[in-house]
Ligand binder design. Structure first.
Ligand SMILES: O=C(O)Cc1cc(O)ccc1O
Ligand SMILES: [Fe+2]
Length: 441
């Protein structure tokens, strides 16, 4: 199964660029020329628009695609409610927002036969999916490929694998995503996740708000950070499957299911800019100080979901990728701080420079939540080490961490607040920070 998926993945081709008006056809001639909805679409296909933004949003933000498919999406039976499993949605009311610093170990092993959807486990979030504001943090741990199809009306899914790859079969084509890469499935786009390895583990940011976009670069100039050309959209590929296919739809916080008589991954051609994409975090062009002080981590923003207030993101996706540290007379790891924004951090590999690695620490697959104004920063060991270190140029290349940073505090789900893998003694990493104050200098 996974060997076939790997072979498929190797042969795939992509369309390059972020937010482009892409177009792709799996069968030549499937795309109509010079109109979206001809009286009869080519090859006997049905034409259908998928709108990710309101029709009337400004051109620069407008997201929509036209799909040319074997059957229109409308041809489906009624959805009925199905168990939400371990998926939760904003508003998050199972616990109260917690000012404490929280940290989790990785999710435990799932039972045999857990697919990506069943393996989704919501840690917490904010906002309200019905208001299209806020976000959720999910983890996933799967050991089986999906033989059903999923779509999320509540938001786009930013998938951050930590262990094992996924081959995403989407309406727009196939995208393989491996640790150190990210994939984004836009709101409402149907897909199934096939495993590229025996199991897969990682993180998902479900963004109920405005679609992620590249941040403005300001004085950085016209290039840098995540470069638009490094984003890859799939080329059209379709399944011509007649027969029962389960389709699960996440809608306003609940899962609904219907058994179609065909696969809805039947798009033969498409064009538009509401498309899934892939990005390799190793391509991030890191900016940082070449003089002194530790820059704010906004300099590492890969993608941002803006809110109505300029500069205030609903959620930012920030990546801490390998880089050189050269700051003179500088405490080089992240500083002590309290932040009006709330920070969920995860680790894809190795170690993070503000936290001690190893068991009981900040480990790959684990995560931390530092909510609005909660005091955090380097742990004791990191502080002692970095304040005594000799400041030679230093390559930081033993880890890959990321942050979902959001304007609203996150509330943990009950399962996250009571999880056995919640670390009970996280506060202790900051205990024993000795006083060094000498009034006389
Ligand atoms: O580790 C953190 O808390 C994230 C973070 C990183 C950084 O480089 C500066 C500030 C910050 O919140
Ligand atoms: Fe922080």
């Amino acid at each position: 199964m996974s060997r076939d998926a790997r072979k498929t993945a190797e042969l795939l081709t992509y369309l390059s660029g972020f937010g482009n008006e892409h177009s792709s056809e799996a069968v030549p001639g499937a795309l109509p020329v010079a109109r979206n909805s001809p009286q009869r679409a080519p090859l006997g296909l049905y034409a259908e628009q998928l709108s990710g933004t309101a029709f009337t949003e400004p051109r620069a933000q407008n997201r929509r695609s036209w799909l040319y498919r074997i059957r229109p999406s409308a041809a489906h039976p009624a959805f009925t409610r199905t168990d939400n499993g371990t998926i939760r949605t904003g508003p998050f009311t199972e616990t109260v927002p917690d000012p404490n610093r929280l940290r989790w170990n990785p999710l435990p092993e799932p039972p045999e036969g857990t697919d990506f959807l069943a393996g989704l486990w919501t840690l917490g979030g904010n906002g309200d999916a019905t208001q299209r504001t806020g976000m959720a943090v999910h983890l996933y741990h799967a050991n089986s490929s999906m033989d059903r199809v999923f779509s999320d009306a509540d938001g786009e899914l930013l998938i951050v694998p930590e262990r094992g790859g996924l081959l995403l079969h989407t309406e727009f084509g196939r995208l393989p995503v491996e640790p150190a890469q990210i994939a984004l499935v836009p709101r409402g786009v149907r897909f199934r996740a096939e495993l590229l390895d025996t199991s897969a583990r990682g993180y998902v940011c479900e963004n109920y708000g405005a679609p992620f976009r590249l941040p403005d670069l300001g004085p950085i100039g016209a290039n840098g950070l995540a470069n638009a050309r490094d984003f890859q959209a799939p080329t059209a590929a379709y399944e011509d499957v007649e027969g029962p296919v389960e389709v699960v739809n996440k809608f306003c916080g609940n899962l609904w299911t219907a058994t179609y008589d065909h696969s809805p991954l039947d798009v033969v051609a498409w064009h538009g800019n509401h498309v899934p994409y892939l990005y390799d975090l190793r391509r991030f062009n890191v900016m940082g100080t070449i003089s002194y002080d530790h820059p704010d981590p906004s300099i590492f923003t890969v993608l941002t979901s803006p809110s109505d207030t300029p500069g205030l993101a609903g959620v930012d996706f920030v990546a801490f990728t390998p880089r050189w540290l050269v700051g003179e007379d500088t405490f080089r790891p992240p500083y002590f701080h309290r932040n009006v924004m709330s920070e969920y951090m995860g680790l894809i590999e190795g170690a993070y420079d503000a936290k001690t690695a190893g068991e009981g620490g900040f480990v790959p697959g684990g995560g931390s939540l530092h909510n609005m104004m909660s005091a955090h920063g380097p742990d004791r060991e990191t502080f002692d080490r970095a304040s005594a270190a000799e400041l030679r140029p230093q390559k930081l290349d033993d880890g890959l961490a990321f942050m979902f940073e959001t304007r609203w505090p996150m509330t943990a789900t009950a399962q996250a607040a009571r999880a056995e893998h919640l670390q009970q003694a996280y506060d202790d990493v900051w205990s024993g920070l000795r006083r060094h104050f000498r009034p006389a200098g």
